[in-house]
Design a protein around this ligand. Sequence first.
Ligand SMILES: [Fe+2]
Ligand SMILES: [Fe+2]
Length: 190
Amino acid sequence: MLLFRTPIPADWLPKILAHLPQVLVDHAHLERKAATSALNLEKFRQLHSRVHELNAIAIEELQHFELVLRLLQARGIPFDEPRPSRWIRGLMRGIRPGVQGQVIDHLIVCALIEGRSCEKFQVLAEALEPIDPPLAQFYARLVESEGNHYATYLIMARHIDLQETDRRLDWFLDLEAELTQQGHPDPILH
Ligand SMILES: [Fe+2]
Ligand SMILES: [Fe+2]
């Protein structure tokens, strides 16, 4: 189902597993930003008919945020400032100004972030199973939800303009592959 053109870099998983407390803090911010992104999409006229669907995604992401915060609390990990992601920043820089193009670009970027989260949570769930079963189950439970968000955002973009979405998706998938291959040294999910 996922369209990515490059695999997750080989050094990603060992780096994540070696820094789980920092990763969980980063994950909390990722869910917070996902809720904010869903709400921000509601300003576009082309998505006004989708406002309830977008609210539902925002509520779900806020629930995920709460779940991660509770996990932090249970594990005695203090909530901290977010770390910047070059990958997310790079994708955001690809968004063109201009209303119609902008809404489609925003939806594609949101879809790609959700898609990579879905993929990475699946990898994490499998890798954590033998070393931290409760955390493995936690990630396994999020996979379907993030996968649905990925699909929903792409469907919303295609509903606005099918050809333009596929044209821009092709462009963004190349950008995404380039950014993923660049990698970064920080223990963050994206
Ligand atoms: Fe989420
Ligand atoms: Fe999501």
